[in-house]
Write a protein that binds this ligand. Structure first.
Ligand code: MG
Length: 394
């Protein structure tokens, strides 16, 4: 294997796909879209684009084989493409794609002394890492999951994430529609829970029956004591888990909630490295982790999730705004794990963007259908290139 193809070119692209209704549903009271196409959800004070925006990474090997990656480009995507184009791409040119984990570790090391061990820098590494794994799989003719230790699952149970609708009745109706199609696990977003968090869970429990699995994303809105009090009120409706009650900086608050409620606590969508997870794992802050592939990449994802298994924690991966490439990577990684009962299904993004990728990946009858083929089993379709957005200088 002396002449195994090396990485010869790394490119990045910003994709911005228009949508009729913003992510999480219609604008709430006092919410508006600004001149840059962003809106702030007043319920969780977070900024979102009014399009489906992400960053694609294309890595070409010496023999012309192409690997695809994707990462977060939700806001300021040019920050991500600048890091990839200026720093990461040139550093890994000439490297052997079979060294995927080593490459990820080397890229992480580059900026540690300058304090860049999170945020946009690690998002950029994540997208490159996913593309390197896809290229590795294609060059050796194997699905990525087979390179990650083996495949346990070919179908991955999915929970319906978000019930966008302008009224509670409309949201319950949407959940019932999914139930009729074979889904039985639902999570609603407290940032747009305009009728109240307890009222919404009661309505869903009464409307969906005793067997449904119900979850709520608390969107970092509460102090520890407020969260404990709120979860107590949800107990009669038997939540399967509650998510993200306290602000991410409040490590002690998270642990306090996790150790004082009678419902599994799920945390982690905003953390990017094993180091951020480790401090919470040691405190037993949560019993479910929610790693986001778009922030983490495959190499870190596997390390974090296998460590979670050693702490007897479950993995229910997060799903975010993208065209499906980091979602496919998340399914490959998840399929190799012993401790993953289900994966988030971001239906309002996932389904509409499937037409912009070539893949057998689907989500139907309550589960993700695994993407077939070598590498990640997914590539951008020709139709996605109409949505390329110009990079800006940063
Ligand atoms: Mg969340």
């Amino acid at each position: 294997m002396k002449n195994f193809p090396k990485i010869s070119k790394v490119e990045s692209f910003i994709i911005s796909i228009p949508r009729d209704t913003p992510y999480m549903g219609p604008l709430g009271p006092g919410e508006s879209i600004n001149s840059r196409g962003y809106l702030v959800r007043l319920g969780n004070k977070s900024i979102y684009p009014d399009t489906d925006q992400s960053v694609l990474i294309k890595i070409t090997a010496e023999d012309g084989t192409v690997g695809w990656g994707e990462t977060y480009g939700i806001v300021a995507p040019s920050a991500v493409t600048s890091i990839i184009d200026d720093v990461l791409g040139p550093v890994i040119t000439g490297r052997d794609p079979r060294d995927a984990v080593v490459i990820q570790e080397d890229l992480y090391d580059l900026m540690r002394v300058r304090g860049f061990f999170g945020g946009y820098y690690v998002d950029s590494i994540a997208g490159v890492d996913i593309a390197v794994w896809d290229l590795f799989g294609k060059l050796v003719g194997q699905p990525v999951v087979k390179l990650l230790g083996g495949q346990r699952m070919t179908s991955i149970p999915a929970y319906v994430s978000g019930l966008p609708g302008s009224t509670l009745d409309a949201r319950l109706e949407l959940a019932r529609d999914f139930k009729a199609r074979g889904f039985n696990a639902f999570k609603y977003h407290s940032a747009v829970s305009f009728d109240g968090i307890v009222t919404e869970m009661r309505t869903l429990r009464e409307g969906l029956g005793s067997e449904a699995q119900l979850m709520v994303d608390l969107h970092w809105k509460f102090t520890a004591q407020e969260a404990i009090q709120l979860v107590e009120q949800l107990l009669p409706y038997r939540p399967y888990f509650v998510e993200a009650p306290c602000q991410p900086e409040d490590i002690e608050g998270q642990a306090h909630v996790g150790n004082n409620i009678k419902v599994p606590l799920a945390l982690g969508e905003e953390w990017r490295t094993v180091y951020e997870y480790r401090t919470r794992m040691e405190r037993r802050s949560m019993s479910i982790i929610q790693p986001e592939m778009g922030h983490i990449g495959i190499s870190q994802f596997m390390q974090i999730c296998r460590m979670a298994n050693a702490f007897h924690m479950k993995v229910i991966p997060h799903a975010s705004i993208g065209i499906g490439i980091f979602q496919a990577a998340s399914l490959h990684a998840t399929a190799a794990l012993p401790n993953c009962p289900m994966h988030e299904y971001q239906h309002s993004i996932f389904d509409r963007n499937l037409k912009y990728v070539k893949t057998t990946m689907r989500c139907e009858a309550g589960a993700f259908v695994f993407p077939e083929g070598v590498g990640l089993g997914i590539e951008p379709a020709e139709s996605v290139w109409q949505f390329v957005k110009k990079k800006e200088s940063v």
